[in-house]
Design a protein around this ligand. Sequence first.
Ligand code: KIV
Length: 284
Amino acid sequence: MKWVNAMKNTAATLLRQKQSHEKITMLTAYDYTTAHIIDECGVNSILIGDSLGMVMLGYENTLPVTMEDMIHHTAAVSRGAKNAFIVADMPFMSYQTSVYDAVVNAGRLVKEGGAHAVKLEGGAAVCEQIKAIVDSSIPVVAHLGLTPQSVNAFGGFKVQGKGYDRAKQILEDALKIQDAGACAVVLECVPAELAKLITEKLTIPTIGIGAGADCDGQVLVYQDMLGLTAGHVPKFAKRFAEVGALMREGITAYISETQSGTFPAQEHTYALEDGVIERLREEE
Ligand code: KIV
């Protein structure tokens, strides 16, 4: 039997990066082509976020996303990425219902989707699930702060942990999910000083989104950071490129050249062998 160690980035890589103060990079991807580009650029980890419900499927929030959606997109990303640590989100109600459901559904994301790890939202309330999934040899990334699957409980997408009580709860949850065996934690939309304190207290890496510069790494939704998202984007979502504008420019040029007949030009067409057209015309 030949051992192919194709995975360049693993949970251990992220841990080593925290220990050596080398920032961890994570981006979302949901399809083969994008995953291939992101992976080629050298990102450490790709997250198939349940944000796909909003940015790929046009839902208002992440709640309608199903296991089938997650497996379908995770499998596409796994085929496109060769070096990144592939983390798949567990969708709403795929793990909250029972420890058994959590293990079965985490297993499906690995077996059918090719994920290396799963991510789930919550602290103390999901520690049993985290422990059971980790005991099944599947690494778990936790997610604290603004956990979008709790949008209805929070009453909207709001920054979490500004006041003492909630900040204390997030810190305690971070310690609990670490004890339960999580290999990393995403901190979403929490004040930077709280994220810094959690990063100092934990031995596992913190990956921030809207959580300041002191986390061990950063994650962004690729549509947000490439300028593809229409409408309001949160202030932490820095636009690193204007790909949406480039797409509009290209598509408008295609429409106009097709309508005017300048596309396709000679170089975009195939030629017949000599004499073929004459023979076909004669036979008419
Ligand atoms: O679903 C997602 O994309 C996420 C990131 C925002 C961390 O959970």
